[in-house]
Design a protein around this ligand. Structure first.
Ligand code: F6R
Length: 628
């Protein structure tokens, strides 16, 4: 979950690497470093803590070389410290690494027996030693890396340079993502295109066990066992402004406010606003590589998709964290609208519990980053077991996107705040499209019903604007929350996963204890927690479960709990029993979760930012979880 950047070209590597690392800081932020050629030697500068500490150190540093690598770290082996920061340097070899080397203990022992001078506690430094040993023999960096790969086990990516070959970078991926950016007489390498989008729009995505050998501005690709391979250049249409804060105090706030646009972009390809019908666009079932999706014949593709939907008898939804909560909303939608049984699984559990996947199963994975290690392992396993797989990702061409049989996209644009917001609401919008499409394809939903549901969905972006306009009330409610000892978030139906998501947002941003519960579960244990220092956050939109939710709320209130409620419109009842009542507009149950989560996101945001916490980069977390 670290961030890697490399540059080889005529410009100043320091500026490019530091600006790239800034865009990747979401991947890890406990230390950072660069190694850049200067007067024929690689000068290394590293610092513990956030990137700012490295920037301060680099302020007066000058480098005359044109090659360099940089890294921002999320500690796995070895605590956050300068000595454990990357790049690791061994006899002119400089290496940055993302991921885990599983056999590092054996390698370490072997190196120590050979008398190696190991200066950090990381698994990464050991790889630098192995490559340095090889390069002593081969005098060729590419060959040295190639010879080393066989000795390493795990999921990892590396980028390496060698003082003696000052016009070469070698990159290898087997797990965490790496892309090569192609510019005019310059080449970049990074963990994520966000780091490079201001310099180039042309990218080559490395697949697992592929090596990029960059010499000057010439880039060649090889399989790990040395065979040359042809790679496709992908041109992205993102613009650099999409990854800037644009005047907002934090990326997270910007991303919360972008949600109406993101949801509109998520549904736009699939929904016809004139006929109020859904036809999923270019899913690509049939095994075509994703790069060709845009070239698919939409009509035949849709027919193929409907055929797949007709044939399935079960759906598994697999994801982690916030994406998993979106999946839980998906369960309610798909079971109700398409009448297929759905199981929702946390990816890290699914992959290790020998799941039974019956024939005719669709496995749907949800991942904003498309790189989450457990979700990726789950989709691979499902494929091996014969399931048809479909992914909903935000990052196109990400590993999960590329590996799935079928592809749907959140279309949220880059999400940089570590806490997921717009990807969550966009996913719920895509899941609405998916459930409607399945329901129609399977003949369990009539045309009139489809039209009603599509009308509700199309109304959501402007309803979201309406909710955002009440931000000052959410901020006011947030100002009182710090007085509480703990928080119980509750809801029923699709409001249950929203309660879980609300609690997660509070935990990760404000570091306060919060739990999300199905409201009906309160009397089975959690009621014992309630006293006047426990806040109850009740998600209670006016739907078929409203009356039951209110009964649960009364039970909690009778035990002294203080209530913050989220309901529909001007709800006198909720207002009268709540310390704070936050209103969302009237909406169909299929879309209300997209609205009720907004006050919860904003309350957590305001509380954390008023407490002075780093909202965009909460402690101990990273955005892209590429280790299990
Ligand atoms: C919480 C959050 C995480 C992610 C989880 C999965 O705000 O962002 O819980 O949802 O790490 O990440 P993706 O969706 O990239 O697979």
């Amino acid at each position: 979950m670290c961030g890697i950047v490399g540059y080889l070209g005529p410009k100043n590597p320091k500026d490019i690497i530091v600006s790239g690392l800034k865009k990747l800081e979401y991947r890890g932020y406990d230390s950072a470093g660069v190694a850049i050629l200067d007067q024929g030697k690689t000068k290394r500068v590293r610092a513990q803590g956030k990137l700012k500490a490295l920037e301060d150190k680099l302020q007066h540093e000058k480098f005359d070389g044109h090659i360099g690598i940089g890294h921002t770290r999320w500690a796995t082996h070895g605590k956050p410290s300068e000595r454990n920061a990357h790049p690791h340097q061994v006899r002119g070899i400089n290496l940055v690494h993302n991921g885990i080397i599983e056999n590092y203990l054996d390698i370490r022992e072997e190196l120590l027996a050979q008398g190696a001078d190991i200066t950090s506690d990381t698994d990464s430094e050991l790889v630098a030693h192995l490559i340095a040993n090889e390069v002593d023999q081969t005098k060729d960096l590419f060959k040295a890396v190639e010879n080393t790969l066989d000795k390493l086990r795990g999921a990892f990516s590396i980028l390496v340079m060698w003082e003696q070959e000052p016009d070469r970078l070698v990159a290898f991926k087997d797990g965490p993502p790496l892309v090569v950016g192609l510019g005019e007489k310059e080449v970049f390498v990074a963990s994520d295109v966000q780091a490079l989008i201001q310099y180039t729009k042309k990218f080559v995505y490395l697949e697992d066990r592929e090596v990029a050998s960059i010499k000057g501005s010439d880039v060649q690709f090889f399989s790990a066992n040395g065979f040359p391979i042809q790679k496709k250049i992908v041109e992205l249409n993102w613009n650099p402004e999409m990854v800037e804060k644009q005047g907002y105090a934090h990326y997270m706030l910007k991303e919360i406010y972008e949600q109406p646009r993101a949801v509109a972009a998520a549904i736009e390809p699939h929904v016809n606003p004139e006929t109020f019908t859904v036809a999923l666009k270019n899913i690509g079932f049939g095994g075509q590589p994703v790069q060709k999706l845009e070239e698919l014949d939409s009509k035949t593709d849709w027919a193929k998709t409907q055929e797949v939907f007709k044939g399935i008898e079960r759906v598994f939804i697999i994801a982690c964290g916030t994406s998993n909560y979106a999946g839980m909303v998906g369960k309610y939608l798909i079971e109700q609208l398409a009448k297929v049984p759905v199981e929702v699984d946390i990816a890290s559990e699914f992959r290790y519990r020998n799941p039974v996947i019956p024939p005719k199963t669709l496995v749907l994975t949800i991942s904003q980053s498309g790189e989450t290690a457990d979700t990726l392992a789950a989709i691979r396993m499902a494929k091996e077991m014969g399931a048809t797989t479909l992914s909903i990702c935000n990052v196109r061409n990400s590993t999960i996107d590329r590996e799935a049989h079928g592809h749907l996209y959140m279309n949220s644009g880059p999400e940089i705040g570590v806490a997921s917001t717009k990807a969550f609401t966009s996913t719920m919008a895509v899941l609405n499209c998916l459930a409607i499409a399945m329901g129609r394809s399977r003949g369990v939903m009539n045309e009139a019903n489809e039209k009603d549901l599509v009308r509700s969905l199309l109304a959501v972006p402007s309803q979201m604007e309406g909710v955002l306009a009440y931000d000052k009330y959410f901020e006011e409610a947030a100002s009182k929350l710090k007085l509480f000892r703990g928080f119980l978030y509750m809801g029923r139906g699709t409001s249950y996963p929203i309660a879980m998501e609300g609690a997660l947002k509070l935990k990760e941003l404000a570091y306060m204890h919060a739990e999300g519960y199905a409201a009906g579960e309160m009397k089975h244990g959690p009621l014992a927690l309630i006293d006047e220092r426990m806040a109850i956050v009740m998600v209670a939109p006016t739907d078929h479960l409203y009356e039951k939710t209110i009964s649960n709320l009364e039970e909690a209130r009778a035990r002294g709990g203080k209530v913050i409620s989220i309901g529909t419109g001007d709800n006198e009842k909720l207002r009268s029993i709540s310390e704070y009542y936050l209103a969302i507009p009237q909406a169909h149950w299929t879309v209300s979760a997209i609205l009720t989560v907004i006050p919860l996101q904003l309350m957590s945001y305001h509380l954390a930012s008023n407490l002075g916490y780093d909202v965009d980069q909460p402690r101990n977390l990273a955005k892209s979880v590429t280790v299990e």
